[in-house]
Design a protein around this ligand. Structure first.
Ligand code: SF4
Length: 234
């Protein structure tokens, strides 16, 4: 999909999944915690683990740093990799208290590249986690690439490679800075509801006419199963 076509496809996705209300911001530390918990787990399990942590520990740097790893593990058990995540979160909380008075916003002070490097220097924070925190907490124009946005990039054939940095740069070239956070959330919803990993809904997808993946299915260049409406009784 060339750049012009992918911009048109993005506009279609943004119209289908319009901007959400940004005024309902969550606490910065809670955003960091939820993004770390969300790694390698489903949304449902992330929410269960976050609620457990809220109920049994409290989601502040002070509470997390003061809680034993075993108790954190117990709260995080519904999420995958919960033993590692418990250690990471405790260390992150202690780091924020020791160096930044518990204030995540101090850690991610501009410039952007410095803030990104400061986050990625910490255990449990890779490029995607850093980009989500920078976008959602710091209002930076990053373009986080999760599993859905990665898959859509492959299907739209917009990326020049398979490294995270290549794919985020490819998206950034197509999305103006002020629209990236909105585009990130819209593409995730599009990936969950329409361009799904299994049985994508190409037959009802508004991007279908422009999509190289669907074109290859239609012309028999690749074999892939897509969603089909079940036959209706007559
Ligand atoms: S046509 Fe299919 S593969 Fe292409 S964007 Fe739509 S759902 Fe995804």
């Amino acid at each position: 999909m060339d750049e012009k076509t992918s911009r048109r496809a993005l506009s279609t996705v943004l119209r289908r999944y319009p901007a959400q209300d940004w005024t309902q911001r969550r606490d910065p530390f809670e955003v960091l915690v939820s993004v770390v918990i969300s790694q390698n787990t489903t949304v449902q399990n992330e929410r269960r683990a976050l609620q457990n942590l809220r109920d049994s520990v409290g989601i502040t740097p002070e509470r997390v740093a003061a809680t034993g790893v075993e108790n954190l593990e117990r709260a995080l058990r519904p999420a995958g990799l919960y033993t590692a995540k418990a250690k990471w979160l405790k260390a992150l909380a202690q780091h924020l208290l020791d160096r930044y008075q518990g204030d995540l916003l101090r850690l991610i002070r501009p410039p952007l590249e410095q803030a990104r490097a400061a986050l990625m220097a910490l255990n449990g924070i890779g490029p995607k986690t850093a980009d989500v925190v920078l976008a959602m907490v710091g209002d930076y124009p990053t373009m986080p690439v999760d599993t859905h946005i990665w898959r859509i990039a492959q299907r739209w054939e917009i990326d020049p490679g398979r490294r995270y940095e290549d794919i985020t740069e490819a998206w950034k070239a197509r999305i103006p800075p002020e629209q990236r956070r909105e585009a990130h959330l819209a593409l995730i919803r599009f990936g969950r509801e329409t361009c799904t990993a299994r049985l994508p809904r190409c037959l009802v997808c508004p991007v279908g006419p422009d999509c190289p993946f669907y074109e290859k299915i239609r012309t028999g260049q690749i074999q892939a199963r897509i969603w089909r409406p079940s036959a209706t009784a007559v």
